[in-house]
Design a protein. Structure first.
Length: 127
């Protein structure tokens, strides 16, 4: 049983740094989303190590991209707009390239759910 927990801890630590690396790369590459990977980092650090979790909460990346959402479940209007523009453009490209009608329907449903979530579930705060 103890070996299982040790293996899970190392798995979470590996996923931590993979997610953090992809999130940092996503800051510089416009097609790679930053925020979901950083949320993954926050989740995995919380699961794997209190020390690593505390370290991540003190980083500039956390304070700049995740702090308001993690603490208040809210984003600024600028952040919401940026996220929606990038995500919608990526999904629109996927929709255009999708040859299958069922895939297009799935992408359309995903777009509707995304906009519903951002408009009705995520609060908007002032900058």
């Amino acid at each position: 049983m103890c070996i299982w927990f040790a293996c899970m801890k190392f798995l979470y630590i590996g996923l931590d740094f993979l997610s953090l690396g992809l999130g940092v790369v996503g800051v510089f590459l416009p097609g790679l989303p930053t925020t979901p990977f950083l949320f993954g980092t926050l989740f995995f650090f919380a699961k794997s190590s209190p020390r690593l979790h505390s370290w991540f909460l003190g980083t500039t990346i956390y304070r700049k991209h995740l702090k308001t959402f993690n603490e208040q479940r809210a984003l600024t209007k600028k952040s919401k707009t940026y996220i929606l523009i990038i995500a919608t453009s990526m999904l629109a490209l996927s929709f255009y390239a999708m040859p299958n009608i069922y895939g297009k329907i799935a992408i359309g449903i995903l777009l509707l759910v995304k906009y519903w979530f951002f408009f009705f579930r995520v609060k908007t705060i002032e900058s």
